[in-house]
Design a protein around this ligand. Structure first.
Ligand code: AMP
Length: 105
């Protein structure tokens, strides 16, 4: 079954998309925990960080480089946070890795 993020990527489900490139998409979090709360989501559906392989290294690098670019474009690059949650052993809302970008400036 496709994750909700795969459905957003395929436009099956609507979302506020702020940036897209060949291998990833950036959307606004539906339930923001900061003034700016974005999710950087690879188009490849990888369940958790625990499932990464060496073949994903360029993809992961791109996620961080895009986070940096978006922070600069939004003029929040003086202070922001980036994090991945891993809920591998508990209930997890979205089994599709996503990098959170949060800022309150
Ligand atoms: P986590 O899996 O704990 O890292 O967080 C999942 C994040 O996805 C939460 O911050 C949710 O608010 C967010 N989220 C879940 N569904 C959607 C959606 N349809 N559009 C945008 N964000 C979503």
């Amino acid at each position: 079954m496709s994750s909700i993020f795969t459905k957003i990527i395929s436009r099956e489900i609507k979302s506020e998309i702020v940036y897209e490139q060949d291998n990833l998409i950036v959307i606004k979090d539906i339930n923001p925990k900061a003034k700016t709360h974005l999710l950087i989501i690879p188009k490849k559906e990888i369940p958790t960080i625990n499932d990464l392989t060496i073949n994903d290294k360029d993809l992961i690098a791109d996620m961080f480089l895009v986070a940096k670019k978006i922070a600069k474009d939004l003029n929040i690059d003086a202070w922001y946070r980036l994090h991945f949650n891993v809920w591998a052993l508990w209930w997890q809302e979205v089994m599709h890795i996503h990098l959170h970008l949060l800022s309150d400036i």
